[in-house]
Design a protein around this ligand. Structure first.
Ligand code: SF4
Length: 363
């Protein structure tokens, strides 16, 4: 049964140097057409299920004006929300103001995810971000004052010329925001980005590891739980929406390039804005066999630090988890361990988890 919805708003005020997401410069006319098409897609595909988590991401959803947000929230009002819902809205600090935060709160948003990315203006400029850390502090305070306390900040590390000392200092300042959730990402130089075109290289992998290790040790020492490869949360502030993905549960994805998992199918929407506006929503459909579902469940489930509950997995997929793939061998050589009824990646191997997850691709 589906109980989660992702909505993609692909418009941005400014294009970041590292961004490989589907996004376009904000354009009033395009936003208007996009919202009309988004509404049609929701009406066509949503079957009236009770929704427990909604995530509006982008792009920069808060680049929309209050009038456009009103249209967006009329679409969101189509969903039947459960009483105990989580509703996350992604924001950039520079497109946010008190009125918009108040508007979001009045429209049931109870979790904000802010693209902070860095503290030092030198690094923010390198990433092509337009805000500064003082603005971040002001906006976070306003969000709290308005009564939204469930806040995530995104943070990118492993930038060119960044040192461990820089990182350590920035983490202290990030922690001074006193938010209960932090997502961290090592900078990847993807094709078609400005950094790629400028021939920027990723940092040395040994330094990347030391940075990852510094982040996890520091955040854990400050009371955060490292609950997913890239995510840290204070107790009970884990992202319920993202856990739906990692638990291989079904969800709707609406909007440009959004992904969905419905029944035996995974869909990806088109990333062509004109096609989307003309109602040609879906680009690819993958029909899943039982083996495919198991493969997804392992690859996604092992992203969680606590791993996969063996009993629940066996019941859901009618298999014996420990007999699948080369799991016995991975346990024998201590890549995987069994603890408290869960099978998980050994914590000292989390950094190289991709080398383990590759075992579960396909057959
Ligand atoms: S990183 Fe986010 S804000 Fe920056 S261009 Fe990409 S989608 Fe827009």
């Amino acid at each position: 049964m589906i109980s989660s919805v992702y909505i993609h708003i692909p418009f941005c005020h400014n294009i970041c140097t590292y961004c490989s997401f589907t996004k376009f410069y904000y354009n009033q006319d395009m936003v208007k057409k996009y919202l009309i098409s988004l509404k049609e897609e929701v009406l066509k595909r949503y079957k009236g299920e009770e929704i427990k988590t909604i995530y509006v991401g982008g792009g920069t959803p808060n680049v929309l004006t209050i009038t456009e947000l009103e249209e967006l929230f009329k679409i969101i009002a189509i969903f039947k929300l459960s009483n105990d819902y989580e509703f996350t809205f992604e924001v950039n600090p520079e497109c946010l103001d008190y009125e918009k935060i108040k508007f979001l709160k009045q429209h049931k948003v109870n979790r904000i995810s802010m693209g902070v990315e860095r503290v030092n203006s030198k690094f923010l400029k390198y990433l092509g971000r337009e805000h500064n850390f003082n603005l971040v502090k002001e906006r976070i305070q306003e969000i709290k004052d308005i009564g939204i306390l469930n806040i995530n900040v995104d943070f990118i590390y492993a930038l060119k010329n960044e040192t461990l000392k820089d990182l350590d200092k920035e983490l202290d300042l990030l922690l001074s925001l006193d938010v209960p959730h932090i997502s961290t990402y090592s900078l990847m130089i993807e094709e078609h980005t400005k950094l790629y075109i400028d021939k920027t290289l990723e940092i040395d992998s040994d330094l990347d590891y030391l940075m990852y290790d510094l982040i996890r040790k520091k955040l854990i020492s400050k009371g955060f739980k490292h609950y997913e490869i890239s995510n840290f949360a204070k107790s009970s502030y884990e992202s319920r929406h993202n856990l739906v993905y990692w638990n291989n549960m079904e969800y709707y994805g609406f909007g440009l390039s959004a992904a969905s998992y419905v029944g035996n199918k995974r869909f990806t929407n088109t990333s062509n804005l004109n096609k989307y506006i003309n109602g040609n929503y879906i680009k690819e459909t993958e029909t899943l066999s039982k083996k495919d579902k198991i493969s997804y469940a392992l690859i996604l489930g092992f992203r969680k630090i606590e791993g996969i509950n063996i009993q629940e997995f066996n019941k859901k997929y009618n298999v014996n988890l420990l007999e699948l793939y080369n799991i016995k061998e991975l346990i024998k050589n201590k890549n995987l361990i069994i603890q408290d009824g869960n099978l998980r990646i050994s914590y000292d191997k989390i950094y190289v988890s991709n080398n383990i997850l590759v075992n579960f691709v396909g057959e």
